[in-house]
Design a protein. Structure first.
Length: 180
């Protein structure tokens, strides 16, 4: 292992450890960490990383994974906390294009022993991500709002502020992972 890769490995483990030590509510963590107040310790253990992954995926399934209307595309929405640790939070049907990396992650973990239902979720999310590309340009917007009202015809909508497209490889990598 080169010195540079060891340095990056250590940085990644320290960040993961801080998140683990801060604690989360059911595997879902707040979005930001104050880099000035974080206390890092140099401890390397993989068992809690697997445990964290399992807790996060379980919480994602329970709290964030929904089906759109009318096409039943799976998507991962957002929780907007009204207080610390999501007490009194509300669900938003907004899904960032960046979330389209998740099917690839799920497929990879299934290949390494995680539950097979994660493959089913991954394939469904890959389809939901593919739906984001059903635009006039064939490019996915930065984010879309999935519809959950069966009376409406459109499966999703896009706000003008999210209508730009950043070319990211995550969705294509995920589609590849889900088909291999």
């Amino acid at each position: 292992m080169s010195l540079a890769s060891h340095r990056f490995e250590k940085a990644a483990f320290l960040a993961s450890q801080q998140i683990h030590e801060n604690g989360c509510n059911g595997g879902l963590c707040l979005q930001f960490i104050d880099v000035h107040t974080a206390q890092f310790r140099d401890r390397k253990r993989l068992d809690w990383l697997i445990s964290d992954y399992e807790a996060a995926m379980s919480s994602m399934e329970e709290k964030l994974l929904r089906l759109s209307e009318p096409k039943q595309n799976p998507f991962v929405g957002e929780l907007h906390p009204l207080g610390k640790f999501f007490f009194g939070s509300f669900f938003s049907t907004r899904m960032d294009h960046l979330t389209c990396f998740l099917p690839g992650t799920l497929c990879t973990w299934v290949a390494h022993g995680m539950p097979s239902r994660h493959l089913t979720i991954a394939q469904g999310l890959a389809e939901g991500c593919h739906a984001m590309y059903q635009t006039k340009t064939g490019l996915a917007p930065e984010a879309i709002y999935f519809n959950m009202d069966p009376k409406k015809m459109d499966d999703f909508s896009c706000e003008p502020s999210d209508s730009h497209s950043r070319l990211r490889p995550g969705a294509i990598e995920a589609w590849f992972s889900c088909t291999v």
